[in-house]
Design a binder for this molecule. Sequence first.
Ligand SMILES: Cc1cc2nc3c(=O)[nH]c(=O)nc-3n(C[C@H](O)[C@H](O)[C@H](O)COP(=O)(O)O)c2cc1C
Length: 213
Amino acid sequence: MANLKAAGADTQETITVAITGASGAQYGLRLLQCLLAADKRVFVMISRAAQVVISTETDLKLPGTPSEQTSYLSQLYDAKPNQLTVFGREQWMAPVASGSGAPSKMVVCPCSTGSLSSIATGASNNLIERAADVALKERRQLILVPREAPYSEIHLEHMLKLTRMGVVIIPASPGFYNRPTTIEDMVDFVVARILNQLNIEQNLLPKWGEDLI
Ligand SMILES: Cc1cc2nc3c(=O)[nH]c(=O)nc-3n(C[C@H](O)[C@H](O)[C@H](O)COP(=O)(O)O)c2cc1C
């Protein structure tokens, strides 16, 4: 007989975070840090292009394999044991690859226009694309944070198509009404928007009308 106690014991919410190769790796890394600080369990995927962007845009020395990346990021963000797991690009047996195992919330941050296209067309050629396809087929929460300028008609069509399917598009475009003075302030503006959508308490940015000015 199924062990009902064990099945119900793990009440910690899990969120999938995919970091792809658009500029703005900081957004994805800060999101990861905030989710861990909020005591969420996080399944992470980092595309090959994202690894290039991370080494271009940050001082991180991200190692090559998913298990090394798990240890590196867990240590960097002071994660609890098993709170953070990185999955590889063809790790098809990972929970995110199936509707029966995938968490109910997924964020692609930042989202390259390449991954945007693959998600909009259901390509599923790597684990990030497959996990997003699972989120779509299961009607789960999927948030994409694209960054490109300018957008082509193709990009905009993909965003419209996905929005009509219930996907939330949060462009990586920080506002200025909070008077940011550092890059971290600008990153936090976007990350706060993502956390709001995930319904996770955040104090990165006051709500509109509260202590803003
Ligand atoms: C430093 C750097 C910055 C990039 N910036 C962007 C960007 O802002 N937006 C974008 O869509 N692609 C950007 N690209 C290109 C993508 O990384 C590339 O299209 C890649 O194939 C995306 O693959 P992925 O979606 O699997 O990560 C950038 C690449 C590099 C190396």
